[in-house]
Design a protein. Structure first.
Length: 502
């Protein structure tokens, strides 16, 4: 079992080794000495330090109040999520899963050992409530791989108390700076240790910066690379069931697959088509949970909006059971997918594609010409589909045509997103327009799926001897929402076609 803690902290360095007087900080009534803790932590990574490159920290630590395994993911500057697991001799499986998208089949090895004498104090208010923990750490670092060496330093760390106001750290920061304390140049102890214990010939050498895009191929590859990075980075969040992570990861797979098709003149489809099929498979697996999640949220909100007099029978309970059953099964299946050899092979394939892209002749062309042509082509396809759908009478055939238009709107939006760096405001305006039409078409399709689910739930409820009245009310409201979306589409589409300039 693993627990997660949101860690909000700031690190400092000073020429002095002591703690400046912090009783003058607004809100601080006292500085309570908590004694000295002796910490011994071994940090793990692959031989080529893939976790460190992603600012991810994995350690096994003894000593202190939170001895055990700790895995830290960056959330924002000075903010990390720390996932903790009990102390054991080997890496806990739950943590191994959370780093799998980064390490793949590479061995995770001890890379650095940090031993720290931590002098801890609490900053408390007049009621005795802890506002923050302040520690002065005397650190000894030892590299455990290669011909690395050792390093020593003293640093000061201020960690906000759980549920504390982050603005309090600004007050502490102001006082520390007045006392001559400087913000640390390193984001973490591990980052500093890796730098200062590295063999001298490797010190100061980082990854070369990616040059700005120039050619059409540069722009398309930048977009593809961004989606690859997003998929890999979101993997742990999806496993942890972080809000919206599943949706964002699925969108990244769709964006990349769409880019392969839209920019077929730039990237060779003989190479990208098989990759696209694997991305389609992954998006489908991610969609099992996401589609159920969206439907459950929509139906729950609709049900909560009904007057009590229109709710008959155990509708809330049946809807909750339906959502729980779908979600539970999909979560177990999804974890299996992310642990599968097929998925890990796909990640390796994406790395190879980005590192050695299958560029065609047009990739070297001017982006204003090559990319604009691809965007225009996607928009024309969307226009044909929307106009054909609007010409149909309301019903199943029109529903299917509007769903197809929704998919083409996504493709047009994604190709425009990839074009923003090359075409600027024109592409940005098209992205905004495609979002608006996609929202209309998406609400219509969600209504189609909601009505299908309501029919199924109604049949189950009827078979169990329950009233199906409320399901009928919800069904009628979904019909109205679909009709409203269909009614708004012609006007919205006309405005988009008149304003589009690509």
């Amino acid at each position: 079992m693993a627990d997660t803690k949101r860690e909000i902290e700031r690190k400092y360095e000073s020429d002095d080794s002591g703690l400046p007087d912090l009783t003058g900080v607004a809100g601080v009534d006292a500085v309570v000495d908590k004694g000295v803790a002796h910490l011994d932590a071994t940090y793990y990574d692959t031989a080529d330090e893939r976790l460190a490159a992603a600012s991810i920290t994995l350690r096994r630590r003894t000593g202190g109040a939170d001895a055990g395994w700790h895995l830290k993911f960056p959330v924002a500057p000075n903010v990390r999520d720390e996932i903790r697991a009990p102390l054991s001799d080997t890496l806990p499986p739950v943590l191994a899963g959370l780093i799998r998208s980064r390490v793949r089949d590479a061995e995770v090895l001890p890379v650095v050992r940090l031993r720290s004498d931590r002098d801890v104090s609490d900053l408390v208010d007049a009621t005795g409530r802890v506002l923050a923990e302040v520690s002065v750490d005397a650190v000894h670092a030892e590299r455990l791989t290669g011909a690395g060496g050792t390093a020593q330093w003293t640093e000061l760390e201020v960690e906000l108390a759980d549920d504390g106001d982050p603005a309090f750290l600004d007050k502490v920061d102001k006082r520390l700076r007045k006392a001559g304390v400087r913000p640390s140049r390193s984001a973490s102890k591990l980052a500093r240790a890796l730098t200062e214990t590295a063999p001298r010939k490797k010190r100061g050498k980082g990854r070369p910066a990616t040059p700005p895009p120039v050619t059409a191929g540069d722009h398309v590859l930048a977009y593809v690379r961004e989606q690859r990075d997003t998929i890999v980075a979101l993997d742990p969040a999806v496993r942890r069931d972080v809000y919206d992570a599943l949706h964002r990861m699925r969108v990244a797979t769709r964006r990349m697959r769409s880019a392969f098709r839209s920019y077929a003149k730039v990237l060779d489809r003989a190479v990208t088509d098989p990759v696209g099929e694997e991305l389609k498979w992954l998006a489908g697996e991610l969609g099992v949970g996401r589609d159920s999640e969206v439907l459950a949220e929509r139906l729950t909100a609709s049900l909560d909006g009904l007057p009590r007099t229109l709710v008959t029978g155990p509708v809330h309970g049946r809807l909750r059971r339906w959502a729980t059953d779908r979600r539970g099964g999909s979560r177990r299946r999804l974890t299996g997918v992310l642990d599968s050899a097929r998925y890990l092979a796909l990640l390796d394939t994406l790395d190879a594609l980005v590192d050695e892209p299958p560029l065609l002749k047009a990739a070297g062309g001017k982006p204003e010409k090559v990319i604009a042509k691809a965007v225009r082509k996607d928009f024309r396809r969307l226009a044909e589909t929307v106009e054909a759908a609007l010409a149909l009478d309301p019903g199943t055939e029109r529903d299917l045509a509007l769903h197809e238009a929704r998919k083409k709107a996504k493709r047009a939006r994604y190709s425009a997103e990839a074009a923003v760096g090359a075409l600027g405001d024109r592409a940005s305006a098209l992205v905004k327009s495609m979002k608006s039409v996609q929202t209309l078409l998406g609400d219509h399709q969600d209504s189609v799926m909601a009505r299908r689910t309501l029919r199924e739930l109604s049949a189950v409820a009827h078979a169990a001897g329950e009233s199906a009245f409320t399901y009928g009310v919800l069904y009628g409201r979904e019909e109205q929402r679909a009709a409203a979306a269909e009614g708004a589409l012609p006007v919205a589409w006309r405005g988009i076609t008149e304003a589009t300039d690509i």
